[in-house]
Design a protein around this ligand. Structure first.
Ligand code: PBG
Length: 328
């Protein structure tokens, strides 16, 4: 009587009833920027990704825009000599990030820029907050994060993205933004960010690994699921415009939970280690890169993600563009 295969027998029927879709507009591309000119320095553990000076990134964005990619998350590589225990460089109006935001916005007014609010790229301790006697201080850090968010809004960021996991930071940032007239700047909160070992290549890219200890006293324990729903209700009550789960692939249950409980859109971060896994497995001949990449992207959407941050963004966009041109 029951033959589910009837609904799989032709591509027409499969296309007609596919439960999930994916558009280039769902993607945010995280990119690494560095000082200098004409620099395009490959990152060993992130094949195909590089640290780019602002001029190089801007040229590449011209090409990526043609694929429909309009959302970029900027991650600055800060020189060691500019790092200190308070992450002061994060507030420097003449630093790398403000230069990048202004230049890119001027040259590409139609793109949206997402900037990370956390101290780790700027901190000599490599932690997301201020460290005192081995402890990551919460409230002192939140004050600095609020100043950072206001600065980033002033420089022209469309979205500020607290990725630090301090308690109360979303409310503090919202209040600081509003007090300073930035009522239109949105907050994408890293709501359920886990203390994960999948961030390895990212930390190599920015040379931002913690100098001592780990991030387990502020990022979430990977054994916990219900706790993510608690973080979600806090972030929504504090005014987050969008919430995020990070990493992605090992946390699809958390993506599904957040989608079920959230009144705002849910993003997922397909992090550096996940990207590296597929690349190195493909290089070893173990799997097909393009096919596994697309399977992962659809799995995020199937789990409930509205938005995907991924280093695969240009490659995914190319595949989606070629599918659309075949249909038309
Ligand atoms: C900074 C931050 C990290 C990532 C994004 N923002 C690293 C960390 O928390 O240690 C990781 C992204 C990736 O691995 O691709 N707080």
């Amino acid at each position: 009587m029951h033959r589910p295969r009837r609904l799989r027998q032709t591509s027409n029927i499969r296309e007609m009833i596919a439960e999930t879709n994916l558009h280039v507009a769902n993607l945010i591309y995280p990119v690494f920027i560095c000082d200098g000119e004409n620099i395009d320095q490959p990152i060993r553990t992130l094949p195909g990704q590089s640290r780019m000076s602002i001029d190089v990134l801007s040229q590449k964005i011209t090409a990526w825009k043609k694929l429909g990619l309009k959302n970029y998350a900027l991650f600055p590589k800060i020189e060691d000599s500019k790092k200190d225990s308070r992450g002061s460089e994060a507030l420097n109006d003449n630093g790398l990030l403000p230069k990048a935001i202004k230049y890119l916005k001027q040259n590409h007014p139609e793109i949206s820029l997402f900037t990370d609010v956390a101290l780790d790229p700027y901190s000599s301790d490599g932690h997301d907050g201020i460290v005192k006697n081995g402890e990551i201080l919460n409230d002192e850090t939140v004050q600095i994060l609020s100043q950072m968010a206001v600065k980033q809004a002033q420089w022209g960021a469309d979205w500020v993205c607290p990725s630090d996991m301090m308690d109360g930071r979303v409310a503090a940032i919202r209040e600081a933004l509003d007090e300073n007239g930035f009522t239109k700047t949105s907050i994408l909160s890293y709501t359920a960010k886990y203390a994960s070992s999948f961030y390895g290549p990212f930390r190599e890219a920015l040379d931002s690994a913690p100098k001592a200890g780990d991030k387990k006293t502020y990022q979430m324990d990977f054994r916990n699921r219900t706790e993510a729903v608690r973080e979600l209700s806090l972030d929504i009550s504090e005014g987050a415009d969008m919430v995020m789960v990070k990493p992605g692939l090992p946390y699809l249950d958390v993506v599904a939970d957040l989608k079920a409980h959230s009144s705002v859109p849910v993003a997922v971060y397909n992090v550096s280690g996940e990207y590296a896994m597929l690349h190195f497995a493909a290089q070893a001949g173990a799997l097909d890169l393009e096919k596994t990449m697309m399977e992962c992207m659809y799995s995020f959407r199937r789990a409930g993600a509205d938005v995907i941050l991924t280093y695969f963004a240009p490659e995914v966009a190319k595949v989606l563009n070629s599918i659309e041109s075949k249909i038309l």
